[in-house]
Design a protein around this ligand. Structure first.
Ligand code: 4AD
Ligand code: MG
Length: 477
């Protein structure tokens, strides 16, 4: 007999005479009604057992968390609350659950508690919905690029360069940490290390992706990236996934068009494929909202927010315009910002980004043409000599979700920018080669995948949208 999934059975409107299904017990009520879930959908299927037909010792083992298999018939439900149900003829316990100690009881648990039980938290409705959405979003991303002529490229995880020049890297070494080989001056001799040089986990696949864009034309990477920044915020992970498209012959305006179309497209995709998960999360947020004071409640529901992004143009604003707005805004004048905006050239903090998006423009914003000295060395210098063709996309509730740029394609300017950033030319000789052999305008961006999942699910802590979060002082599981 073919095993069925809950999702498959719930979409039936005919009697299924003979079926088999496996899953985990969510609840067992009145010695009669099993709510069974197998992860295929947010919904449970009701399995009805006639206790006269089963041993009491067997019924006792139908506890929350147990893995079971049932055989039976799918019929129109006799009771309210579900369209169909299974009348169980055979029942087998595949794996007992120690119900007394099972952490996931059928009640509300705090997200903090569930983080400590991350190996079991996808047995809750919220986390199973979030992780199904994460899976669908990653499929939508590959689908988008595939349909738009991009090649998927695997950038290396171990690298010798610091792509962002921010020095936030995890070292990769096989040297004996107690007793590493040393140079005469006492520094560690990395020539004896595994790769014969200092290496680290990548912070971005961009530099390698550029080499492929300059031959395959349109490429993207989608892989894990690592940052040893000690920021314990609800938006930072030490290990996160990044999507980085890189396109030859594309300028900054094209880069913005691509990013906007891409984000709208993947959000549209989940709105059509994961409706029930989104409706569940939407309701969860509305319930949470009701417990907040009026002033803190959201003006839009989750699904309204997602539709708003797909239906409206992102506002494109230069850094200089943004600084003018921020300098003159109420929270700045009343000294409500933690970091006050006084002059052109300061880096924007998340409080400023969120003000622009949530209070001022009330829609996604693309900020561009940032001051050169607060951005990475590889960004194309503008003719004013002080700004670069950078762009950041800011989303409501999230702040920065995308960072990108048109790349500096002129060899001499790039060398000057590297010298100013103290990056030795020998380290990136291959990157410079691209500017020697058929250089061309090209651009790309990086989308923080977990920040996208946060936006799409309405979850407010980044630790709750990745299976096993890596953050300072935390690498459990
Ligand atoms: O702005 P970032 O640092 O840009 C780059 O790494 C470029 N090389 C991308 C490119 O042009 N190809 O990072 C890109 C995005 C951010 O906008 C943010 O969404 C996410 O990556 N991000 C993080 N997400 C979670 N935890 C962190 N610690 C993150 N740091 C960046
Ligand atoms: Mg950035």
């Amino acid at each position: 007999m073919l095993s069925r999934t809950v999702s498959e059975l719930l979409s039936q409107d005919i009697v299924v005479p003979e079926l088999e299904i496996k899953g985990w017990v969510r609840t067992f009520r009145a010695n009669r009604f099993i709510a069974l879930n197998d992860g295929s959908t947010i919904n449970n299927i009701q399995c009805v057992v006639d206790f006269n037909n089963f041993d009491e010792s067997l019924l006792k083992r139908i506890t929350t968390g147990a893995a079971i298999q049932v055989k039976g018939v799918l019929v129109e439900s006799q009771g309210k609350g579900q369209k169909v149900e299974i009348q169980v003829s055979e029942l087998e316990i595949l794996g007992d659950s120690d119900a007394e100690h099972y952490p996931i009881q059928p009640k509300k648990h705090s997200f903090e508690f569930l983080r400590e039980n991350a190996h079991l938290r996808t047995r809750t409705n919220t986390f199973s919905a979030v992780m199904r959405l994460r899976s669908s979003l990653s499929f939508a991303i590959h689908k988008y690029f595939n349909e738009h002529g991009f090649h998927y490229m695997h950038s290396p995880i171990i690298t010798g360069s610091d792509a962002e020049g921010a020095g936030e890297m995890f070292k990769v070494t096989s040297l004996d940490s107690e007793n590493p080989p040393r140079n005469e001056d006492g520094t560690i001799d990395y020539s004896q290390d595994f790769f014969g040089k200092e290496t680290n986990l990548t912070v971005s696949g961009q530099l390698e992706a550029e080499t492929y864009a300059m031959s395959l034309g349109k490429v993207y990477t989608f892989g894990p990236t690592f940052r040893a920044e000690n920021s314990n915020t609800s938006r930072h992970l030490a290990e996160f996934w990044m999507i980085e498209p890189e396109v030859a012959f594309m300028n900054l305006a094209g880069n913005m068009d691509l990013a906007e179309d891409f984000l709208k497209s993947v959000i549209k995709y989940i709105l059509s494929t994961n409706r029930e998960d989104l409706e569940f999360l939407d309701q969860r947020l509305q319930d949470e909202d009701k417990r907040k004071p009026q002033a803190e409640r959201s003006t839009m529901t989750l699904i309204e927010k997602l539709n708003f992004v797909t239906d409206n143009n992102f506002k494109r604003v230069s850094y200089s315009e943004a600084i003018d707005i921020l300098r003159n805004c109420k929270p700045n004048k009343k000294k409500k910002f933690k970091y006050l905006i006084n002059e052109w050239g300061t880096d924007l903090q998340s409080e400023h980004e969120r003000f622009l998006v949530e209070k001022h423009f009330k829609c996604p914003v693309i900020l561009f043409d940032y001051p050169a000295n607060i951005k990475a060395f590889y960004m194309r210098l503008n003719d004013d000599g002080k700004t670069v063709r950078a762009m950041d996309i800011l989303f409501p509730g999230i702040g920065e979700i995308v960072g990108g740029a048109q790349r500096e394609e002129r060899l001499d300017v790039l060398k000057e920018r590297m010298a100013a950033a103290n990056i030795p030319e020998e380290e990136l000789w291959w990157y410079l080669d691209l500017r020697k052999y058929g250089t061309a305008v090209h651009s790309g961006f990086g989308l923080g995948f977990e920040r996208l999942v946060m936006f799409a699910t309405g979850m407010s802590n980044i630790r709750d949208v990745i299976p096993f979060p890596r953050t300072p002082q935390n690498a459990e599981f």
